[in-house]
Design a binder for this molecule. Structure first.
Ligand code: GLP
Length: 264
């Protein structure tokens, strides 16, 4: 696992956006196969998306041959709700880039048969060729996508019940009313994310410090599902100084030394 520590979220977001753009361009230079990209929601990726949009508008990058799959969606929330992940993704990314509509995949949180929806999602990912890169965030309790504590590290796309903590944290998007936050969600599993050829996780701010400590220094455990990244051969956490405040000094120094030595 690599940990890229930047001064602040703006610098970390730029690193992530340029890294994703480089990967898309590299693949385009060697094959006509589409680039399969996993995407996330939350406040964390917004600055990364803004830079990707800037690059597309400047003609530096194209999503024409990108196929994307989002991580998750609330169950039972209308797609048109401003806080659905469908709305979020269109507002912060899809409405501003050139990705063809048919290449965009987001789980249907209102599917009549949610289990079938989840199984079809896994099949569609395989059919697309599997993920080249999965961009994710992390919850304050270390969850990746909506894989709450006690989700199996071998989990696949399925319906999950959200923890009270997650609903409270996410209530800020629902007028501060915890009761308005859906109780369940459809989410890719930990194994779905880890099946990607590369995983890039964003984490900014002191609220993520405990999650990063557990994920980076703790044991691999279903209690902090991001810790599953420890088993991935190409996992990167892009973070800022505040979010690594709980790491041991020696861990911090090592990651900074790697950054310097490898010119990351
Ligand atoms: C939700 C999403 C996660 C996201 C997390 C953190 O729980 N399902 O994918 O990583 O929120 O959100 P934020 O970036 O707003 O801190």
């Amino acid at each position: 696992m690599k940990v890229i520590i930047r001064n602040n979220s703006a610098e970390g977001s730029l690193w992530a956006a340029h890294h994703i753009a480089d990967r898309i361009r590299e693949k385009a230079a060697r094959t006509s196969e589409p680039f399969v990209l996993g995407l996330c929601t939350g406040s964390t990726p917004i600055e990364t998306y803004a830079e990707l949009i800037r690059m597309v508008k400047a003609g530096e990058l194209s999503f024409k041959n990108v196929i994307s799959f989002n991580m998750d969606e609330y169950a039972g929330l209308p797609e048109s709700h401003p806080e659905s992940y469908h709305s979020f993704m269109h507002r912060y990314l899809f409405d501003h880039i050139d990705e063809p509509a048919e290449n965009i995949h987001i789980l249907n949180g209102n599917a009549p048969d949610p289990a079938a929806e989840c199984a079809a999602y896994e099949e569609a990912i395989v059919k697309a060729g599997g993920f080249d890169l999965f961009l994710g965030g992390v919850g304050e309790d270390g969850h990746i996508a909506f894989n709450e504590p006690f989700s199996s590290l071998s989990s696949r796309t399925r319906v999950v019940t959200l923890t009270r903590d997650t609903r409270e944290v996410n209530s800020r998007f629902f007028g501060g009313d915890f009761n308005q936050v859906p109780k369940q969600a459809l989410t890719v599993g930990v194994a779905t994310v880890l099946g990607s050829r590369e995983v890039v996780i964003l984490a900014f701010g002191s609220k993520k410090a405990r999650a990063l400590k557990d994920a980076i220094e703790g044991p691999m455990s279903h209690y902090c599902t991001l810790s599953g990244l420890q088993s991935h051969p190409d996992g990167v956490i892009v973070c800022d100084e505040l979010s690594v405040g709980e790491l041991k000094v020696n861990s911090y120094r090592y990651f900074k030394a790697v950054e310097e030595a490898e010119n990351l």
